[in-house]
Ligand binder design. Structure first.
Ligand code: NAI
Ligand code: MG
Length: 342
């Protein structure tokens, strides 16, 4: 039984492989004695079916009440004019920090011993989508114009989050990633604030700077030089997928969206319609996200046990799903994890 009081949390099974991997994750969390008391809510295609909206009001109300959610992947309906549910959730709950830790769990890939964390600013930059076309002659799309936004406050929030995270997790260095040599305003402000905040952490956390293109190259040449990376929205989007590739791809990449009062945990991958319903999806990205969620509510003992069980199941028992070169079904992997926890 859990030694901590129950923690209300919203559970969104999501679309495609979502319900399969959510079933696996909640079964493993139960075995672990995790404190979450789930409030199940619909979103994505399931939300459209249940309430005519991919992000029903009941789901928003639930997250507003719990301040905590575990979310399966959502299919973004193309056509029909729905905005991305993920972007709506980030905006609704001001989830300014996207935290994506990458750690090698399965040895024998292209890289060994990767252990780094990418912090992506989640609300500003070019993702505010102040975009439009200007027509010339009979071409209405002759010119495309986009305006990005960086605010001093937004930079401070995410950079401070990165340094505080480093202190809390015993990490040694934060690398500020920017393009201030060219985009002197929109990323120059980020670098300026980064340098200022770094001074407050002098002696506790080292600071480092990289221009984003050089950073991308160095992540391939020598990823071990990085510890915590903090960057703006678009650069973070790109680098976080690159970093997922260093540790074996999407099946192993968890993410957390963090705001002042709310945190939403999810896998980096999508709803994988090509394998949905086949019972072969890898639940570990979402399970690692649940581990981050346990850390978030102060259950580090449980998340450590969860990560150890994942390590042992993959590497000692050799039980892996197809994307990791194994033959196990989602349910077989789940049973093996529960046995390890047992
Ligand atoms: P995807 O991540 O769903 O799939 C890409 C490839 O990786 C597929 O071959 C899939 O089978 C495989 N894959 C993904 N997760 C896996 C897992 N856990 N185990 C084994 N294999 C896995 O990306 P795709 O196909 O581009 O997107 C599908 C849908 O998901 C789209 O509607 C997209 O908008 C949505 N999406 C949602 C996200 C979210 O809710 N956070 C994030 C990314 C995409
Ligand atoms: Mg992305």
């Amino acid at each position: 039984m859990a030694s901590v009081p129950t923690v209300p949390a919203t559970l969104i099974p999501g679309d495609g492989i979502g319900p399969e991997i959510v079933e696996s994750v909640t079964a493993v969390l139960d075995a672990l004695g995790a404190p979450f008391e789930w409030d199940r809510q619909a979103a994505g295609m399931a939300g459209i079916e249940a309430a005519g909206d991919p992000l029903p009001q009941a789901t928003l109300d639930s997250i507003a009440r719990t301040g905590l959610a575990l979310k399966g992947p959502l299919t973004t309906p193309s056509g029909g004019g729905y905005r991305s549910v993920n972007v709506r959730l980030r905006e609704a709950f001001k989830l300014y920090a996207n935290v994506r830790p990458a750690r090698t769990i399965v040895p024998g890939g292209r890289y060994e011993n990767i252990d780094l964390v990418l912090m992506r600013e989640n609300l500003e930059g070019y993702y505010v989508a102040h975009e439009h076309f200007v027509g010339i002659g009979d071409d209405p799309h002759a010119v495309a114009i986009s305006q990005g936004i960086t605010t001093r406050e937004g930079c401070r929030r995410i950079i401070r989050y990165a340094f505080d995270y480093a202190v809390k997790h015993g990490r040694k260095k934060v690398t500020l990633v920017h393009k201030a040599n060219i985009l002197k305003a929109i990323t120059g402000l980020f670098l300026e604030e980064g340098r200022a905040i770094a001074r407050e952490y002098e002696g506790r956390v080292a600071v480092d700077e990289r221009i984003v293109d050089a950073c991308a190259m160095q992540l391939v040449m020598n990823p071990w030089q990085f510890d915590v990376i903090v960057t703006t929205n678009l650069f973070g989007d790109i680098l976080s997928d690159q970093i997922a590739g260093l540790v074996g791809g999407l099946g192993m990449a968890p993410g957390a969206n963090i705001g002042e009062n709310t945190a939403i945990f999810e896998a980096v991958h999508g709803s994988a319609p090509d394998i949905a319903g086949k019972g072969i999806a890898n639940p570990l990205a979402l399970m690692l996200a649940a581990g981050l969620m346990l850390d978030h509510v102060g259950c580090q003992d449980l998340s450590a046990r969860l990560r150890a069980a994942i390590d042992e199941t993959l590497n000692v028992d050799g039980i892996r799903t197809g994307d990791l070169g194994g033959k196990a079904s989602t349910r077989e992997l789940t049973a093996a994890l529960i046995k390890r926890i047992g």
